[in-house]
Ligand binder design. Structure first.
Ligand SMILES: [Zn+2]
Length: 442
């Protein structure tokens, strides 16, 4: 019986073959009540063997064969087969196998889990998707007051839904289409509680928000706007580079970061190096100053000041630079309301920095993982921080000589918000790095 470790089943015999175990069983208790009318008094009416897949054993697949009986009810005259306990009827697997597939597939590829269990990859994908959904729904994330709709690159661009104030991600969508986003937003609980929506300049997000969250104010974050200034400087640098000797070109490549840095963040040495480049290349100097001036629009404290600063910036662009900074200008034209809305709400530096970090990290994610696995990994994974925090208080006190008061305080510091708001943005790069994601197939 130990081999089976399932209550309600009696072991009859085990047959071991090259690749499988077949475990023959019957139910320990006979059915006594009718499944239809619930009355006592049923009589046997034939037999049938039912098979359910179970956990792999000793490197082999295993299946539990259950000799089940068909019953006839003396009262209502109906017949039925007895239900099998511990069984997921839809997939004809034990419940514990479903659980195991879920846990394994977060870490491994579908194909390797499929091989262990002895089912198709398609079955694994289906079981896993349901597992993730059940887990995800059990977490009941709080709908944020301030929603972020952004993009991260996980093999391909994905939409991420974030809680801007809590700095968490609470969902990741397979793609960035308006339909996908609108459909997901419409399923948020209590979506009227969303007051602000921060988006990057991706039209489908704006359209989805307008359709599903008509009362919320849509804001384009500073980060998405000013990075166009950097892109413009980069374009100028690349054109210059084409005419340089290889040695000079290398220098300009290495010093690329100086051009992208804000002037006030340069140290003395960097300042000197940059000045020498800018003296040599007037076009770069011009682009650099326009970039810096563009950033300064964001020093404005009100929408009116910002508008004035932007108009001043626009008027100051020499004709020959109009094309270079065309994207930036077009953004202010096409996203005017959303860009200016930024000046009405509070700053989001922490959010931006976290997101920026995340965007850089996730580009290393390997192929070979299903979208569900990536999503589960990021949303359901407890992350390294949680594991550390799970050490008992008592042990912590011993090892670090904490008082009870500080130990209790440490326990209370939320690293993962217990799933209520989602995974901390700052933890996601760590989860991606530690999660076998770097090298594709593990
Ligand atoms: Zn009956």
């Amino acid at each position: 019986m130990d081999l089976l470790q399932l209550d309600d089943f009696e072991l009859i015999r085990v047959v071991e073959e090259d690749h499988d175990f077949h475990i023959y069983t019957r139910l320990s208790d006979e059915t006594t009540h009718c499944q239809h009318c619930g009355k006592y008094g049923v009589v046997g009416f034939g037999r049938r063997e039912q098979v359910m897949k179970d956990l792999p054993r000793l490197g082999k697949c295993s299946a539990i064969h259950v000799e089940t009986r068909r019953w006839h009810c003396k009262h209502c005259g109906k017949t039925f087969y007895e239900d099998l306990p511990h069984m997921d009827k839809k997939h004809r697997m034990t419940d514990r196998l479903v659980q195991w597939i879920g846990e394994q597939t977060v870490r491994r590829t579908n194909s390797s889990v499929a091989e262990d269990v002895g089912v198709t990859e398609g079955t694994i994908r289906l079981v896993f998707a349901e597992y993730v959904l059940r887990k995800y729904e059990a977490m009941r994330f709080v709908t944020p007051r301030w929603l972020g709709i952004d993009e991260i690159h996980l093999i391909k661009p994905r939409c991420v839904l974030t809680n801007v104030e809590k700095l968490t991600v609470f969902d990741i969508l397979e793609n960035r289409n308006e339909q996908t986003v609108a459909e997901r937003l419409s399923r948020l609980n209590n979506r009227k509680s969303i007051e602000l929506v921060t988006i990057d300049m991706w039209r489908p997000y704006r359209d989805a928000a307008a359709a599903v969250l008509p009362d919320a104010t849509v804001v384009v974050d500073k980060f998405h706007v000013v990075r166009m200034l950097n892109a413009a400087c980069e374009a100028v640098r690349k054109v210059l580079r084409a005419d340089l000797t290889p040695a000079v070109r290398r220098g300009l490549v290495n010093d690329r970061f100086l051009i992208l840095k804000r002037k006030h963040q340069l140290n003395d040495k960097e300042h000197m190096m940059l000045s020498s480049w800018l003296e040599k290349y007037p076009a770069l100097a011009m682009a650099y100053e326009i970039k810096e001036a563009g950033y300064r629009i964001y020093d404005a404290k009100t929408r009116e000041d910002a508008n004035a600063a932007y108009e001043e910036w626009r008027a100051s662009i020499p004709q020959e630079m109009k094309g270079t900074f065309g994207d930036f200008e077009r953004a202010w034209r096409n996203w005017r309301d959303e860009i200016f809305a930024y000046f009405d709400c509070c700053a989001t530096n922490a959010y931006t920095e976290n997101l920026n970090n995340l965007i850089r990290t996730t580009n290393r994610v390997g192929r070979g993982y299903s979208f569900e696995a990536l999503r589960a990994k990021l949303l359901l994974s407890e992350g390294p921080e949680k594991k550390a925090a799970a050490r008992p208080v008592f042990q912590k006190m011993l090892s670090r000589d904490l008082t009870m008061e500080t130990a209790v305080h440490e326990m209370r510091v939320p690293t993962h918000y217990e799933g209520r708001f989602g995974t901390l943005l700052s933890k996601l790069p760590e989860i991606l790095r530690d999660g076998n994601f770097g090298s594709g197939q593990p």
